[in-house]
Structures are given as structure tokens and as C-alpha cells.
Design a protein around this ligand. Structure first.
Ligand code: FE
Length: 289
């Protein structure tokens, strides 16, 4: 759905660029090739976000195995498909098909076992998976799941022609498809025509980053090339970010309020303490998920 903008984002003191990150090529699940953009050493810095994977390939050998049954506990997974079809099934009885432009938002909470399998044998598969941490008080809540079809994601077009898909949070007065109280995540997919710029208000205390997946952007005077993540500095007194597109570009802009809680991760379990991790492993092995 395309909505008109309700108000302009005013940014008078934009954030500066802290550093550029090149993702690490890796594979996960049953041999799915992907780029881990937000890796474990960045979890503190980008709290409440724990991981961002980018996958994109025309070669079925890179994705055909998918992600067979595996567990999660303690956080949320947000999968955004740009191209292709993925089938989700979990042991809480949820099933859904992710297609072009759609999002799956899954709260693992106290535990789910799910599979994420490509429902195609050829063609392009492209998308992202973001892990959003849960506050300690919500880590053991009941699992939850929502498929957000492409048509349900609010879209707006700025006067400069920037197309904004508001997956979570709000932009230009338009509320996104999802809201989360404690971490207040902002998740925007931006399509900028050549020469356009885009401003987004951001609280200075929220951690924020941009991932460019087509073309390239400029932040202040610095180039952010394709397949790079730009971490935005939490400059005191800053009120947002301004992105410029010298050529046509597509990028994700993601921000959230840090939890400031201890992070203990063992593979697909993210809790606050090692004791809680041992408990997660024990519960999973005992079939309690
Ligand atoms: Fe998973």
C-alpha cells in the first residue's frame, strides 16, 4: 500500500559515519551461501540487533538445501525477501510462504523449532535475515509469528522520489507494519533514484546502521559502496541521518534502542547468562521446545 507522506523528517544535525563493515562470506543451514554482515563482535555496538545475514544468488546450488529444522530461543528473527520463495514451518503450528517483498516476523521466545526451505529449484533467491534481541523479561514469552505480505507493508514516496517501505517503526509520519515497545526498531527498505537524498530522524541514543545492496550511497562526504554496512555514530545532539544517492541505490536503514543487558549467545540461543544458555540446550535436548 502506498501512502502519502504525513510530515517531512527534519534533520538539522545529521549523524556522522563511524565505520564501514564488509560482511563475511559463510554458509549456514544445509549449505546456504550467505554474507554475515552483522557478526557477533558487533552485537554490543549494534544492540539490540544480533545478526544480519544477506543472501543473494542466481545459483540454486547456493540455496537449495535451505535451513532444515533448527531451534531458536530468546530473540526474534525478521526475514525480508527481495526475490524468491521460502517456506517456513515451525513446531508451534505456524506455516507460511515468503515471497517477493514480504516479511516474516518470528518471536522465538522460550523456544521454537522451525525450517526455512526454498520453494523453488531455479532462479534468484535474495533477501535478508535480521535478529532482534528480546529484553530479559520477554525472552521466555510464548513463541509468536506473523507473515506480512508485500501489500501489507506501508510504502511512501518522498517529493524527491525516494520509495520507502516501512517494515517497522515509522518514517515521514507513516507507521510501519510492525512496532516493538522496548527496542523501538526502525526497519526501512529504501529505493533512491540517482541524485536523490533521504533524511530520517533518529534518536541519538539509538544504534543505527545502513546496508547498501544496490548502487552506492554517500553519508556526509563518505562513499558507502554496495554490500557495505555503514555504522552511524551516536553523535551527541544529532537528530537523524541524511543519505545521498549519486546513482540509483537500494539500502536498508535499521535502528533501535539498545537494551544494555548482557548478551550470551550459543548458536541459535541468545540469553543473558551462561546458565540460561545451558538451560536452553538442556531444554532443547529434552524435547521441551
Ligand atoms: Fe531460523
Amino acid at each position: 500500500m502506498t501512502t502519502s507522506i504525513l510530515h517531512h523528517e527534519t534533520v538539522t544535525k545529521p549523524r556522522t559515519l563511524e565505520r564501514l563493515i564488509t560482511g563475511q562470506a559463510t554458509s549456514d543451514g544445509a549449505g546456504v551461501k550467505l554474507t554475515r554482515v552483522l557478526t557477533q563482535p558487533l552485537q554490543r555496538r549494534l544492540d539490540p540487533f544480533l545478526m544480519l545475514d544477506a543472501f543473494g544468488t542466481d545459483n540454486p546450488q547456493d540455496y537449495i538445501g535451505g535451513f532444515p529444522d533448527h531451534p531458536h530461543r530468546g530473540f526474534e528473527t525478521v526475514t525480508y525477501m527481495i526475490a524468491g520463495r521460502m517456506r517456513h514451518r515451525d513446531n508451534a503450528g505456524h506455516e507460511g510462504l515468503l515471497t517477493n517483498g514480504s516479511v516474516q516476523w518470528m518471536t522465538a521466545g522460550r523456544g521454537v523449532i522451525h525450517s526455512e526451505l526454498p520453494e523453488q529449484e531455479e532462479g534468484r533467491l535474495e533477501g535478508f535475515q535480521l535478529w532482534l534481541n528480546l529484553p530479559a523479561k520477554d525472552k521466555m514469552r510464548a513463541p509468536w509469528y506473523r507473515d506480512i505480505g508485500s501489500a501489507e507493508i506501508p510504502e511512501l514516496v518522498t517529493p524527491e522520489g525516494v520509495k520507502v517501505r516501512v517494515i517497522a517503526g515509522a518514517s515521514h509520519g507513516v507507521a510501519g507494519a510492525m512496532q516493538r515497545e522496548v527496542t523501538e526498531p526502525l526497519y526501512l527498505d529504501l529505493e533512491l533514484p540517482a541524485g536523490a537524498s533521504f533524511a530520517q530522524a533518529l534518536p541519538a541514543g539509538h544504534n543505527a546502521f545502513v546496508y547498501v545492496y544496490r548502487g552506492g550511497l554517500q553519508i556526509e562526504a563518505t562513499d558507502v559502496p554496495v554490500q557495505r554496512m555503514a555504522i552511524l555514530r551516536n553523535d551527541a545532539g544529532s537528530d537523524g541521518v541524511v543519505l545521498r544517492a549519486p546513482a540509483a541505490a537500494r539500502a536498508l536503514l535499521i535502528a533501535g534502542k539498545p537494551l544494555g543487558e548482557p548478551i550470551a549467545q550459543y548458536g541459535p540461543f541468545v540469553m543473558n547468562t551462561n546458565e540460561e544458555i545451558f538451560e536452553a540446550v538442556k531444554d532443547y535436548q529434552a524435547g521441551k521446545f
